[in-house]
Design a binder for this molecule. Structure first.
Ligand SMILES: C[S@@+](CC[C@H](N)C(=O)[O-])C[C@H]1O[C@@H](n2cnc3c(N)ncnc32)[C@H](O)[C@@H]1O
Length: 295
């Protein structure tokens, strides 16, 4: 059965197939997707066997995609828990090479663009943007912004952002890799911007303390974030799927009560709108859009 499925996938032009628990779940044309298969396997409990069949059409009996001999009949590379270095490699590929491209597409949708325009509209002076991503806010920086300092850990995101930065009339400088540790002066910035980033930063309390530190007293944090929904049935789903979502979406939490974090860090909420984001399944789309003043 498996062999038949894999041959079908190969005939369809796939260069990679992944089997989990007897079913082909991925049969596609990119090496990076090994990482996705591995992550899914782990998230599904890691109990079943996982086999990765590389470059289906080129695979010969007992010869794996990478040219190594393997014990599988059709060139399977059998992975087990002891292969930690391979796993780190896979996760690294997924995080560094797949996710930023995916993020650039998903975050560029029309409803997001409308929110970006609102979030950037009243920015002025020197701005620090936390989780700059692929620079999707750049076209919306208004003329009153004199400089943006971008904080972003992903090198690929910054590469994808380069043409947007090149076109910008507002100067954009790289300001570090981690919102939890800002190597930036205290009491300096007029505003901070965070769009769909607070879900991902591992220690959000620490990052907000840093944002507060670098803002001038009275400086404004503009934020749009998704998080914990008030409806019990939605919140229950958020709790259920959060572990899987964190694995697949770069550490993205679904259950963060963003305004609570913001107030706890020493900000006063000035304006807050909450809603389910258009076109987004409810567990992923409960949105907090607002501004908060540094106390
Ligand atoms: C969902 S994306 C949003 C990107 C961008 N703000 C946008 O609106 O398109 C979350 C971003 O947060 C970044 N990120 C993750 N951990 C971070 C950290 N500790 N400090 C700053 N940014 C971080 C990720 O690399 C990613 O680009």
């Amino acid at each position: 059965m498996r062999a038949a499925l894999l041959h079908m996938a190969a005939d369809a032009g796939a260069s990679l197939g992944v089997i989990i628990g007897g079913a082909v779940i991925l049969a596609i044309g990119g090496f990076e997707w090994i990482a996705v298969g591995r992550l899914l396997h782990d998230c599904l409990g890691g109990g079943g066997e996982l086999s990765v069949v590389g470059r289906l059409s080129a695979t010969t009996e007992g010869q794996s995609a990478s040219g190594h001999r393997s014990s599988g009949r059709s060139g399977r590379i059998w992975l087990d828990r002891r292969q930690r270095s391979l796993r780190r490699f896979e996760v690294g590929i997924y995080r560094d090479r797949v996710l930023p491209r995916f993020q650039d597409k998903v975050m560029a949708r029309k409803p997001n663009r409308e929110v970006r325009a609102r979030m950037c509209d009243s920015l002025a002076g020197e701005v620090v943007e936390i989780g700059f991503g692929t620079g999707l806010n750049v076209p919306y920086y208004p003329a009153g912004v004199t400089r943006v300092v971008a904080v972003e850990p992903s090198a690929l995101c910054m590469r994808i952002a380069a043409p947007r930065i090149a076109k910008s009339t507002v100067p954009v400088d790289m300001g570090g890799l981690d919102g939890e540790r800002l190597d930036l002066p205290s009491d300096h910035f007029d505003a901070a911007l965070s769009t769909w980033t607070m879900c991902t930063i591992p220690d959000l309390d620490r990052a907000l303390a840093e944002i507060r530190r670098v803002l001038k007293p009275g400086g404004v944090l503009h934020f749009v974030e998704h998080g914990h929904a008030p409806d019990a049935s939605v919140a229950k789903w958020q709790e259920r799927i959060e572990p899987l979502n964190k694995r697949l979406a770069g550490g993205c939490h679904l259950t963060r009560q963003i305004p609570t974090f913001v107030e706890r860090a020493g900000f006063e909420l000035d304006d807050l709108n909450t809603y389910y984001f258009e076109g987004e399944p409810k567990p992923f789309g409960y949105t907090f859009e607002g501004r908060a003043i540094r106390r």
